[in-house]
Design a protein around this ligand. Structure first.
Ligand SMILES: Nc1ncnc2c1ncn2[C@@H]1O[C@H](COP(=O)(O)OP(=O)(O)OP(=O)(O)O)[C@@H](O)[C@H]1O
Length: 227
């Protein structure tokens, strides 16, 4: 049997706050398989972003191991971690973080070209994704010329353009009105279903969380499954 897309084993992380250790994660375990979508629901300050940064290889845990596509990562050299992150992990944030001076199409092409795809391949894939997300006519537009929901759909396309196995999203609809949030969530869900990605999404939106395969929360620094 193949490995989970993401496996967190006894993750510990604390921060120094005013000279005192603030323990955020205290041995959190979690596994996420290809094709699964999981909502991470927890109060502000519980450690959702910390967990996503660790799962996304942006931050190292103090103890424990992060396996991405079956590969242990904490002892990898920095360049190997970066390469694994670029090929295996896509990120979507609350704010789109698109590059303002580039068009929607170029924003989706860039990570692919950094990942070694030719300009032609990157453009074809970017156009396919835009088409899939109902944005075929908006490829030449810069982020400032797009609505909030369109910007976020472009950010989703960019996150999956390199064909990662794992998609991590931190409040991807947190900045949108309910109707637009629903539209963006449906785009995300359609891409996830079409590609068989494993997805972990931190969200406060209980209605969207209810449509995902599993729901987890952070309790006393551990990940706990919700009904
Ligand atoms: N670099 C840091 N240095 C010190 N404390 C930090 C640091 N990063 C996060 N924290 C603290 O760790 C705790 C968890 O933060 P985190 O951002 O992971 O929570 P969150 O659940 O994502 O919250 P929110 O829903 O408000 O985004 C908070 O108390 C925060 O102040």
């Amino acid at each position: 049997m193949s490995a989970p897309a993401l496996y967190l084993e006894k993750i510990e992380r604390s921060y120094d706050q005013a000279g005192l250790p603030l323990e955020i994660l205290r041995g959190a375990d979690f596994s996420l398989w290809a094709g699964q979508s999981v909502a991470l629901i927890a109060p502000s300050g519980a450690g959702k972003s910390t967990l996503l940064h660790i799962a996304g290889l942006l931050e190292k845990p103090d103890a424990g191991e992060v396996y991405v596509a079956g590969l242990g990562t904490t002892h990898l050299a920095d360049d190997a971690r970066t390469a694994l992150r670029r090929s295996e992990i896509g990120f979507v944030y609350q704010f789109h973080h698109l590059l303002p001076e580039f068009s929607a199409l170029e924003n989706i092409m860039l990570p692919q070209m950094i990942g070694g795809y030719s300009r032609r391949e990157a453009k074809d894939r970017a156009m396919q994704l835009l088409d899939y997300l109902g944005l075929a006519a908006r490829g030449k537009h810069r982020p400032a010329e797009l609505s909030g929901g369109e910007q976020q759909r472009v950010a989703i396309a960019r996150a999956v353009a390199n064909g990662p196995g794992l998609l991590l999203a931190d409040e991807p609809t947190g900045n949108l009105d309910p109707k637009t949030a629903n539209h963006v969530f449906e785009a995300l869900d359609a891409i996830v279903r079409a590609t068989g990605l494993a997805t972990l999404i931190a969200t406060h939106n209980m209605e969207l969380a209810g449509r995902m395969d599993r729901r987890v929360t952070l309790r006393d620094g551990l990940l706990v499954e919700l009904a």
